[in-house]
Design a protein around this ligand. Structure first.
Ligand code: OMP
Length: 235
């Protein structure tokens, strides 16, 4: 598999204004980070925006968290691959068959296929919220359970919180990618995130990639915050 990947920060571009997002992106180098486009920007600005970022040379994580019947999800994943994105995700709770079909449809893309990962338990959820859904397991147990299913289905990794990273690496091995949102540099506002960690703690715990949105995008000087985070990770 890959050698150590030094571009660990995936910036969540959650803007409602394309010009503002692009003005920020233009200050970045594709060597310093990757970009994540999620439901907000995709719903506002569509696939053209994603293509624009790909054409600017950025690795793009298309975070649409697909969750539907296997046929629909597989075709949506294929559409993502056709956009040239670097990573795409589905919800593990869509089930093993759904994940397998999504993986299979990427086979013809060979080494051009995006990484396919599955969301386990959203980082905005805690034990109480799982209970409300009728899930009696603790977040870490449920994350491990869904991550094992994801690995069985042949996907490349999961989205989880960095709090689960150490246990997941132990059980699922070094090559199974851990993508962790809920990252908060010391002193920054948690907002709606519940299972959080600092960037350095997250990497030390075994995260491969850190998804970071508001602590960077809402900062007075986003580029300086990204630089400080990269430095804290030893880049
Ligand atoms: O799949 C994701 O990226 C994701 C999964 C998850 O469990 N939690 C989570 O916060 N995210 C995304 O990660 C980003 C986190 O943004 P901030 O909370 O602003 O750092 C948002 O774009 C979320 O949609």
């Amino acid at each position: 598999m890959n050698a150590v990947d030094s571009k660990k920060v995936l910036i969540a571009l959650d803007y409602d204004n394309k010009a503002k997002a692009l003005a920020f992106v233009q200050q970045l180098s594709p060597d310093s980070c990757r970009l994540k486009v999620g439901k907000e920007m995709f719903t506002h600005f569509g696939p053209e925006f994603v293509k624009q970022l790909v054409e600017l040379g950025f690795d793009v994580f298309l975070d649409l968290k697909f969750h539907d019947i296997p046929n629909t999800v597989a075709k949506a994943v294929k559409a993502a691959a056709d956009l040239g994105v670097w990573m795409v995700n589905v919800h593990a709770s869509g089930g093993v068959e759904m994940m397998q079909k999504a993986k299979e449809i990427l086979a013809p893309y060979g080494d051009k296929a995006p990484l396919l990962i599955a969301v386990t338990v959203l980082t905005s959820m805690d034990e109480m919220q799982l209970k409300q859904l009728g899930i009696e397991k603790k977040p870490q147990e449920q994350v491990l359970y869904l991550a094992e299913l994801t690995k069985q289905a042949g996907l490349d990794g999961v989205v989880c919180s960095a709090q689960e990273a150490q246990v997941l690496k132990q059980h699922l091995g070094a090559d199974f990618k851990l993508v962790t949102p809920g990252i908060r540099p010391a002193g920054s506002d948690a907002g709606d995130q519940k299972r959080i960690m600092t960037p350095k703690q997250a990497i030390d715990s075994g995260s491969d990639y850190l998804v970071i949105g508001r602590p960077i995008t809402q900062a007075e000087d986003p580029v300086a915050v990204l630089k400080a985070i990269n430095e804290s990770l030893g880049d």
